[in-house]
Design a binder for this molecule. Structure first.
Ligand code: PSU
Ligand code: MN
Length: 306
């Protein structure tokens, strides 16, 4: 049921650090050809820290940890033919022998099954604006409540309702830790105005908190953790500018009657247009930073455990 690449399997056997990476951002989050360059760059960032990258996806029906270069290329160019798989969709894709890019939720579930405890992404899914009408709440949040994987991110995507997302995480018992910050980052911008209750100032500190949380998991309190890294200052976008672009992107989504899993990819693409590509540059830079931080935390975690 689960295919683990030789490199990843050997690293796991030897207790060496591994970082999971998701594939939805490749197939549905970023435009071609940036998406391909990013997918390769993220693996490079993880390697530079001494950890082994493991890009996750469903390849011709096989949930796979450690996609090979040819599959990553197919996922980057295949756009519409590659399904977007959240947790509920993985078994269906497996039964049907389909290709599918995994979201944060699905990647967490597969990474946990393979024994990979650290994962890097851009921004998690969360509570959508207007969720009181649509009930559109990402499965990423439910997954964080039950699956023991640390997700390194720049917070939740700014197109979402960030205060509601943070409330939901608290309700579900998910620790949210700021990396060098006391605030929940706003994905494209460093600041959301929403305070966090915990921060870590080094990868080693983050690894210690995650290890304590994992010890609880071992005692039958399930769940993951979020480590939030603000986007790099050079590429962070001003919040008021982002809010205006989000307003226009949301209006376009409303007009086009976009619903369900199509909402997030639609909004990300609309944001790229509304900001003349700036949102993509920020997204790429924060992804690379998150991969690096996740690599450092995975290395610190391996050291703690050795
Ligand atoms: N982060 C990015 N770009 C993305 C995503 C995250 O920088 O495209 C993806 C992730 O895979 C996340 C998904 O899990 O968007 C959320 O989709 P939804 O809102 O439908 O749950
Ligand atoms: Mn949704």
């Amino acid at each position: 049921m689960l295919r683990i690449s030789d490199e990843v399997a050997t690293a796991l056997d030897e207790g060496r650090p591994v970082v999971a990476l998701e594939s939805t951002l490749i197939s549905h989050g970023l435009p071609y050809p940036q998406n391909l360059a990013v997918a390769q760059a993220l693996e490079g960032e993880v390697r530079a820290t001494g950890a082994v990258p493991a890009t996750v996806g469903v390849v011709r029906g096989e949930p796979t940890v450690g996609l090979v270069a040819a599959d990553i290329e197919r996922f980057a160019t295949g756009g519409g033919h590659i399904r977007k798989l959240t947790r509920r969709d993985v078994g269906i894709a497996a039964a049907q022998g389909a290709d599918g890019a995994t979201t944060v939720a699905a990647t967490m579930a597969i990474a946990a099954a393979a024994g990979v405890p650290v994962f890097a992404t851009g921004g998690i899914g969360g509570v959508h604006r207007g969720a009181e009408r649509t009930w559109d709440v990402s499965a990423d949040l439910a997954e964080l409540a039950r699956t023991p994987v640390l997700v390194v991110c720049a917070g939740a995507k700014a197109i979402l309702d960030l205060p509601a997302t943070l409330e939901y995480l608290e309700t579900m018992g998910v620790p949210v830790v700021g990396m060098g910050t006391g605030e929940f980052p706003a994905f494209y911008s460093a600041s959301s105005g929403l305070p966090l209750t915990a921060r870590a100032d080094t990868p080693a500190e983050a690894a210690r908190i995650w290890q304590a949380q994992r010890a609880l998991v071992a005692m039958a309190a399930p769940g993951g953790m979020l480590l939030c890294v603000p986007p790099p200052a050079e590429v962070a976008l001003p919040r008021d500018e982002v809010e205006e672009a989000i307003g226009r992107a949301l209006a376009r989504a409303e007009e086009a009657w976009v619903r369900g899993p199509a909402v997030t990819p639609f909004l990300l693409a609309a944001m790229a247009e509304e900001t003349h590509g700036e949102s993509v540059d920020t997204n790429v830079a924060l992804l690379q930073q998150n991969a690096r931080v996740a690599g450092q935390v995975a290395c610190a975690l391996s050291e703690l455990l050795s």
